[in-house]
Design a protein around this ligand. Structure first.
Ligand SMILES: [Ca+2]
Ligand SMILES: [Ca+2]
Ligand SMILES: [Ca+2]
Ligand SMILES: [Ca+2]
Length: 432
């Protein structure tokens, strides 16, 4: 790679700036519960105030402009160091200061009153040449899956391949569903829930959609999807707002067995329904998988659904403004959700935030409230119901349609990546 010591070398986009997120004081303790009660209180207005008592994040603004609502990490230049990709740009680790475009960027940043051309971005070696390629979900609702062939050099744009049209879920995820060791793109398409299988090693071949459900009412702009092993048989199942579909021994047997459940909610009558990325995780530690999801991508609600002998009992994590005191925080538009162990206690936590200005047309509740980003710490107390405690990370970055938790710098502490109308950000954990 040509050496370039410049920051913000690309004429489009701002110079990366770093600084403290002001997300609260560092604890002198070891991750105990001191300070958590204070952390759980209060609204969404300010930063600081000791909300993230054990964990603090340093904030790196990769780009100050609206180019993408998707962001991810991958070692794109094959130097065994993770890089960051968002919209048309990638940033080489470990400092992420140098911005390069792998495809032609828009001539100017997108109008925050509209949408960008990147709903989500992922990486895998699609042409099987040993170098990670990029797949980006573009067009309205992220409906078009386009992959870009890694040129193995630092010069020029990457060759573009439109692989699949009809990614109709705004929360599509690239995960290994069928257990072949390679990821698929979970989405709804053509009215079915299922997944798109990349044509591995076959450049120029369209990707194919594998139906999992029977025909349903899923159309463009569907909210909410995920994959996870709900019944504990070692096979990934498909999660949608209407329930989960059980992967059979042979995944090609269609449709998979349907298990209806209501993994969504509506605080207001005119809202749509369905959240964002959905997860199966044993929240309460009783040995079965529960479901974690936001309830309404443009409205209110974050919950986990406790599995009880095959049925699911909803437990609220965050509700409307009216119930802010009870849950410690309230914000609308949780249109991107991720789950991972943020604080290293072995329990997975939740990261989500506000997709302020969604679609730019005033979709969602409390349009003028700050674009907050939160992590919710899972706390299990013997004899009590498991609960999630909110911790403010930032009040500007918010989320787009994809938020990612990854250890970008290899210090074994998970970091957080988000990209939305205020730009693209890396929040690096500075846990003591
Ligand atoms: Ca490749
Ligand atoms: Ca399963
Ligand atoms: Ca459980
Ligand atoms: Ca944790």
């Amino acid at each position: 790679m040509p050496a370039s010591g410049n920051t913000g070398a690309d004429p489009i986009g701002g110079t990366a700036t770093s600084g403290s997120s002001g997300a609260g004081g560092r604890s002198t303790g070891d991750g105990g519960v001191a300070g958590l009660a204070a952390a759980a209180g209060g609204g969404n207005g300010g930063v600081g105030g000791g909300r993230s008592a054990e964990i603090a994040f340093s904030k790196l603004q990769l780009n100050a402009q609206f180019f993408s609502e998707g962001i991810n990490v991958a070692d794109l230049n094959n130097d065994q160091v993770l890089d960051i990709v968002t919209g048309p740009f990638w940033y080489a680790g470990p400092d992420f200061l140098r911005q390069r475009a792998f495809r032609q960027p828009a001539t100017k940043p997108f109008d925050v009153k509209g949408d960008s051309d990147c709903y989500a971005v992922f990486s895998a070696d699609f042409n099987a040449d040993g170098w990670l390629d990029i797949v980006s979900l573009r067009a309205l609702g992220g409906s078009e899956a386009v992959w870009y062939e890694n040129p193995k050099t630092d010069v020029g744009y990457w060759t573009e391949h439109v692989a699949f049209s009809g990614v109709n879920d705004e929360s599509a995820a690239l995960v290994d569903i069928d257990g072949d060791g390679k990821p698929e793109l979970a989405t709804v398409s053509q009215g079915f829930g299922g997944f798109v299988k990349p044509a591995w090693g076959a450049v120029g071949t369209n990707w194919s959609f594998a139906k999992v459900t029977a025909q349903g009412a899923w159309g463009p702009f569907t909210h909410g999807i995920g994959a996870g092993d709900v019944n504990g048989d070692g096979r990934e199942d498909l999660l949608l707002p209407e329930g989960w579909w059980e992967q059979p021994v042979t995944w090609t047997e269609q449709p998979w067995a349907e298990h209806p459940a209501k993994f969504w909610g509506k605080a207001l009558p005119d809202e749509s329904y369905g959240g964002a990325q959905m997860f199966a995780y044993d929240v309460d530690g009783d040995g079965d998988s529960d479901v974690v999801t936001s309830l309404q991508a443009h409205g209110w609600g974050l919950a986990w659904f406790e599995q009880q002998a095959g049925t699911f009992v909803e437990h609220t994590i965050m509700a409307t403004r009216a119930e802010e005191a009870q849950y410690g925080v309230a914000f609308a538009q949780p249109h991107a959700v991720a789950v991972a162990d943020i604080d290293g206690d072995g329990l997975k936590d939740i990261v989500t935030g506000k997709r302020k200005g969604a679609h730019g047309v005033g979709l969602g509740s409390e349009l003028d409230a700050p674009a907050v980003l939160y992590w919710f710490k899972l706390v299990r107390t013997p004899g009590s119901l498991a609960r999630f405690e909110p911790h403010l990370i930032d009040s500007v970055a918010g989320v787009g349609t994809q938020v990612v938790i990854a250890d970008v710098d290899g210090d074994q502490r998970p970091d957080i990546l988000t990209s939305a109308r205020a730009g693209a950000f890396l929040f690096r954990s500075t846990q003591p």
